[in-house]
Design a binder for this molecule. Structure first.
Ligand SMILES: NC(=O)c1ccc[n+]([C@@H]2O[C@H](COP(=O)([O-])OP(=O)(O)OC[C@H]3O[C@@H](n4cnc5c(N)ncnc54)[C@H](OP(=O)(O)O)[C@@H]3O)[C@@H](O)[C@H]2O)c1
Length: 250
């Protein structure tokens, strides 16, 4: 089983935001047998179901689209776990209607920005006391998308939050380069999850995406390009106009 490949990733304390679904759920499934996994998601029956499926995990209900919840969440986590080895900022939403569409929801714009971007900046700061440690290595993993490198027409807010995540991750990486904390980004192609249900083709499975992210964490890299995200990087370097045109219509 591929899980055996991650035997060196064990005895860690890992916080995963958005562990109830898709790629986050698969990362919980892979890491839970050998690690202490802390899952952040909204209070809901599926968070309770996850706890029942994996009794060893700790769940932290929070709505990450609401900045007023961040400090209390971080305090709760640090009170229970004085050190954290891995913070995986994975939770996100993608609203696809364009500005000109009748389906565009103004009310969902700011919560999308907070969930996809503000919470990443905030948790990376608020959990620092538990991540910083002279004796242990730690990693902040930001789950990103090829859309951070070249946007598509729909999902302008989503693309912008992922672009912001890219720049934020690089700068934070500079700030932390003389500490025990590495900042890593995983750039994903289209993945088969509830987020992409009913659209797109040629998707990779959420399980494979999760495996490749964890492989990247183990490799110690700062950027892991997964699947077609590798091709996008290449195309952006050799034929940027073509790459942007393909992504525009994707
Ligand atoms: N799927 C793709 O093709 C693709 C491609 C590139 C990058 N990505 C990135 O991969 C990551 C995971 O995406 P996915 O496709 O696995 O998504 P998903 O299946 O839709 O899962 C999203 C997760 O985010 C959580 N979440 C949503 N709103 C939240 C809120 N307000 N507060 C706290 N948690 C919230 C959800 O938990 P609850 O609803 O239970 O709260 C759920 O666990 C995201 O960062 C996404 O941008 C995905």
């Amino acid at each position: 089983m591929r899980i055996e490949r991650f035997m060196s990733f064990k005895d860690k304390t890992a916080v995963i935001t958005g562990g109830t679904s898709g790629i986050g759920y698969e990362m919980v499934r892979i890491l839970e047998p050998y690690n202490k996994v802390l899952v952040v998601a909204r209070q809901s029956p599926r968070l309770e179901t996850l706890q029942a499926e994996f009794p060893s995990i700790d769940i932290y209900p929070a709505d990450l689209s609401k900045p007023q919840e961040y400090e209390a969440l971080a305090d709760r986590i640090i009170k229970d776990h004085s050190h954290i080895d891995v913070l995986i900022n994975n939770a996100a939403v993608q609203n696809t209607p364009t500005y000109l569409s009748d389906e565009f929801s103004y009310d969902s714009m700011i919560p999308e920005i907070h969930l996809n971007f503000t919470s990443v900046c905030a948790l990376s700061y608020l959990l620092l006391p538990a991540l910083l440690n002279e004796k242990r290595e730690a990693v902040i993993v930001n789950i990103n998308s090829g859309l951070a490198l070249a946007p598509k027409t729909g999902s302008a807010i989503y693309c912008a939050t992922k672009g912001g995540m890219n720049v934020f991750s690089q700068s934070l990486g500079y700030q932390l380069e003389h500490t025990n904390i590495r900042v890593m980004q995983a750039f994903l192609p289209l993945v088969e999850t509830p987020m992409t249900e009913g659209r797109g083709s040629g998707k990779i499975s959420a399980q494979n995406a999760a495996f490749d992210i964890i492989l990247g964490i183990e490799k110690g890299v700062s950027v892991e390009n997964i699947g077609k995200a590798k091709i996008l990087r290449f195309l952006l370097a050799v034929a940027p106009k073509l790459a942007r045109k393909i992504m525009k219509g994707s």
